[in-house]
Each structure stands twice: as C-alpha cells, then as structure tokens.
Design a protein around this ligand. Sequence first.
Ligand SMILES: Cc1cc2nc3c(=O)[nH]c(=O)nc-3n(C[C@H](O)[C@H](O)[C@H](O)COP(=O)(O)OP(=O)(O)OC[C@H]3O[C@@H](n4cnc5c(N)ncnc54)[C@H](O)[C@@H]3O)c2cc1C
Length: 293
Amino acid sequence: MATWQYYHNSSTTNDALKVLKNTSESVKIISGGTDLLLDIQQGRHEEVHTLVDVNTVPTMHVLEILDGYLHIGAANLHRVIAQSPLVKEHAAALATASGLIGGPQVRNIGTIGGNVAHALPAADGTIALLCLNAQADIASSNGFRQVPMAELFLGPGKSALKPKEEILTGFDIALRKKGEGSAFNRTMRPQGVAIAILNLAVWISMRADVIADIRIAAGPTGPVPRRLTAAENALRGKTITDKTIAGAYEAATGEVQLRTSRHRATQAYRQDVLGNLLEKTIREAAVNAGVKL
Ligand SMILES: Cc1cc2nc3c(=O)[nH]c(=O)nc-3n(C[C@H](O)[C@H](O)[C@H](O)COP(=O)(O)OP(=O)(O)OC[C@H]3O[C@@H](n4cnc5c(N)ncnc54)[C@H](O)[C@@H]3O)c2cc1C
C-alpha cells in the first residue's frame, strides 16, 4: 500500500490552503517529511490520502530582515538557518540549534516549520525560538495571524494550528540590540539522534554586568515546549555568579517536570544535566551579549 494517494506541490500558500480545505479525504501538510513520513510508515500516524507540500512555496523560503524583524520562512532548511550570517548575528541560539539537529541528511531536508508544527516538547529549533520570543506567522483563508511561540502548543505533538485550515508560514524575531545575546546547548545519548535528553536555550539582555532581562526555555520539561519563568525571575537584576546561578537552578528544579524515559535518561540524570546546561548556556549567552566573564 502506498504511503499516500495524491501529492500536491503548492505554488503559493493560498494554493496549499485551497487543497487542504477542498480535500474530503485525510490530508496533511508536508515540508521535509523527516517526521511525518516516518510516523506514517511506522504506524504512529494514521494513513494519509493527500499530502500538500509547502516546500515549493517560494515565499516560505524567505530569510531576511523585514519591517525591523528577522523573518525566517517556515520552509527554510536547518542547514540554511545554521549557516545564515543573519541568524548567527540576531538569533545565535537558533543557528546553534539548527546546526545540531540530526545529521547532514536531516538538516538538508528538515525545516524549521516542520520542527515547530510537530509540537514535540524538546524539538531543538522550537526551544531556541521560544527563548528568542519569536512570533509564529500563520496563514488561513481568513487572513493572517501572529501567535507568540509560548502560545502555540496545546500538548505533546499538538499545536494550536487548525488542521486543514492553517499553515505556519514563518517566524519573526526581534533584532539583537547592544548588550543582548543568546545561546543553545543540549545533551544527547552518545549514539543519539532526534530527541535530546535535555536541551536549553537562553536569551539575555545585560546592562553592564547586571542581567536586565532573561528568557530561558528547556525541553523536555513538561507536556509542551516551555519557558522556565521561575529561573528567569531568580536571575533578573542580578550579576552572574555561582550563587545566582545556583539560585536559578533551585528555582528551575521547582518548576520543571522531568521524567524517566526508558530509552533516554532517568529523572535524576536529567536533573543533573539541567544544572550543567543552565550554567553553561547562561554564561555563553552573556558572552555573546558582550560581557567578559
Ligand atoms: C534521523 C533523524 C534525526 C533527527 N534529529 C533531530 C534533532 O536532533 N532535533 C530535532 O529537534 N529534531 C530532529 N529530528 C526530527 C525532524 O527532523 C525535525 O523535527 C524536522 O525539523 C521536521 O521538519 P520536516 O520539514 O521534516 O517536517 P515534516 O515531517 O514535513 O512535518 C512535521 C509535522 O509538521 C507539519 N508541518 C510541516 N510544515 C508545516 C507548516 N509549514 N505548517 C503547518 N504544519 C506543518 C506536518 O503536517 C507534520 O505534522 C530528527 C529526525 C530524524 C529522522
């Protein structure tokens, strides 16, 4: 049995939206297919009659500064994002995350839109975009809406996108200002691909050596990709010392839900990793913000 019956190469987002709406059989958007096709072939996703490819939509490959924001079209490949000077300058956490995803084959076909739309709590691109406070751009036949990344997820594998009605078209990230920086780190099993034991991203705004503002995202730390707001609150207004980082770690352990998973790690191990990643990534983000530590 074929994995699908009909494959549509969309020329525009409107074209894709029309096919999504007018197909009476089961229909699904596809970008790189690195998540979706495996899920269908391995029985984790019901059979799909029609696949609507959005990789063929030129506007979804835009990566440039638009209206004062870094705009990254959803069909951009991880390889392209990892190598982009604009992303390295304005969204270092995302450039690093994209460069770590999968291996070269996956980075050459997997997209940032697919990474986010799949809605896994520890997707690397998603965690980086969350710390960067990106806005997700969503197109539907009723028009266009923007949703903050933090409001895009409803549960494991479930995004707030309306199936058959909406397409994720891109992301907008505020341009980096003086004193701001970001960083991303993750810990994998030695032979691991796909899902991290834990990943963590930090965006920081420094006023001299004081943390004026900070955003921390980490996964998997709950049913959806999420920020560690208690840890952020523990750090705001402080200088970066072993003591303040220890305080942030204590706050973080109180807010995360870390699980033992059969194939990856115990809850206790993840807790240790959280401390290491938190310290390392805060310091790297501060250095990227221009602070000498
Ligand atoms: C070997 C291997 C290694 C991997 N390693 C990693 C890793 O290290 N880190 C990591 O985070 N992930 C990893 N992944 C998972 C996967 O490659 C990424 O999540 C990838 O970014 C998915 O993008 P895609 O374009 O292939 O999505 P697809 O498989 O095409 O789509 C995924 C889901 O998103 C939906 N979708 C896609 N595009 C849109 C859109 N524009 N609008 C609305 N819905 C959309 C699809 O309908 C589907 O439900 C790995 C996968 C494999 C097979």
